[in-house]
Design a binder for this molecule. Structure first.
Ligand SMILES: *Cc1c(COP(=O)(O)O)cnc(C)c1O
Length: 406
């Protein structure tokens, strides 16, 4: 099948080697292999981490956590930011705070990293998969509206899936590869159907939608600071929101729901040990100091890919929509329809040349544990997943003019 498809693709004038040449022309002569995404730790990371070691404050108390939370809140233009051990924990907390409970359904994109669906399952709830728009690579609000209209009915003020009898409690939007979804459209649709909307902003730190930072535009949102994200704390995440009740509850529940007392261990709810350690927050403060620099470099890199691929038939580099300023977390090449069978040849040729490209994630409804979950028709996600190739996207691949490469 694969070689047959490759032959068809070549017949249509598409040659995977031209993708390799275009990447080479965009990147110049970096050391090989070139990773998909690696952190740049050349700022104050050493100094701040050393401070935590010298002071002994490496764990759950210490100044860097609060400093990091203030910086996240400022960056995301959110009133409240609560740092967590990872992005999945932040997602879990967001859903919990929105009232998602056992046997609820939660709308999740079919095309996302598995954590989005896992966070729903961790609450005993059931992911309900929705399709993407080729315009944004995120949820298609218009088709979600139609779908909810068809399968949903209001019972006692809550949206219920007539086919399963379960409440549809929330919608999780995700900003795919750092490109923002059309949030205003989703805010309208979720309000019309009386479901809460949250943002999985794990990939979109530094990305704005209509000049507002992503993360806390919907009621609540989650960031990730995993090692492959634009800013890393080693492992880490954050909950952001503008709602005071949600912000205070996030802080309380991620710190074992402990009441403040000089010596007693008093807890007034079943909390979680989700607080980001101080040593990780120290790393995060150093990284966040350079966020604008990273975004600028990644946008420069996107421009270089755009130029390099301009003359390559059969492919297009995904570019930000008019309403956004993207962090271009992962640059995304999309093969034309009809070239699906050539995707693996592109992956193979680029890997052989030392460029560690990646396909999109396996779609959620194709994973064994989520195969039986409810879903709408997913033609766009299914088509995109067969045609997406993520390109090496580290910030240090596009140093400013005049700066040394390294
Ligand atoms: C990275 C990521 C997460 C999970 O973050 P972790 O910090 O790895 O737990 C969740 N959702 C999306 C879309 C991600 O890319």
């Amino acid at each position: 099948m694969r070689s047959e498809g490759g032959a068809e693709a070549r017949a249509a004038g598409f040659v995977p080697e031209r993708v390799v040449e275009a990447i080479r022309s965009a990147l110049g002569t970096p050391g090989l292999p070139v990773a998909l995404h690696e952190p740049d730790l050349s700022g104050r990371e050493w100094a701040y981490v050393k401070e935590t070691l010298d002071s002994g404050w490496v764990s759950s108390a210490g100044d860097f956590v609060e400093r990091f939370e203030r910086m996240i809140a400022e960056t995301a233009e959110a009133r409240f930011a609560v740092a967590t051990v990872n992005g999945t924990a932040a997602l879990h907390m967001c859903l919990h705070l929105l009232g998602v409970a056992r046997d609820d359904e939660v709308v999740v994109p079919a095309m996302t990293f598995v954590s989005t669906a896992n966070a729903v399952a961790h609450l005993g709830a059931i992911p309900h998969f929705a399709d993407a728009s080729a315009d944004t690579l995120g949820l298609d609000a218009a088709r979600l509206d139609t779908h909810l209209g068809e399968i949903g009915e209001m019972r006692d003020g809550a949206l219920v899936n007539r086919l399963t009898g379960r409440r549809i409690a929330a919608v999780v939007s995700m900003h795919t590869f750092g490109q923002p979804v059309d949030l205003d459209a989703l805010i309208e649709v979720s309000a019309r159907h009386s479901v809460a909307l949250m943002e999985d902003a794990a990939e979109s730190l530094g990305t704005t939608y209509k000049s507002r930072h992503t993360g806390a535009i919907a009621r609540i949102g989650a960031f990730s600071f995993n090692g492959n994200k634009i800013v890393t704390t080693g492992g880490g995440g954050a909950v952001v929101t503008n709602e005071e009740a949600l912000g205070r509850a996030a802080k309380h529940l991620t710190t074992t729901a402990k009441l403040s007392h000089p010596w007693e261990y008093l807890h007034d709810a079943i909390g979680y040990n989700y607080r980001l350690p101080n040593i990780n927050a120290a790393l995060g403060v150093a990284q966040l100091e350079r966020l604008e620099e990273f975004v600028a470099a990644k946008r420069r890199l996107a421009g270089r890919y755009l130029d390099a691929f301009a003359g390559v038939p059969g492919v297009a580099v995904f570019t930000e929509r008019a309403f956004s300023r993207s962090n271009y977390w992962l640059n995304t090449l999309i093969l034309d329809r009809g070239l699906e069978a050539a995707r693996d040849e592109v992956l193979r040729a680029t890997h052989e040349a030392g460029f560690l490209t990646r396909p999109a994630w396996q779609l959620m409804h194709l994973l064994p544990m989520y195969a039986d979950c409810p879903r709408m028709e997913l033609p766009v996600s299914e088509s995109l997943a067969e045609r997406i190739v993520n390109l090496p996207s580290s910030a240090n691949l596009a140093p400013a003019e005049g700066a040394a490469r390294g």
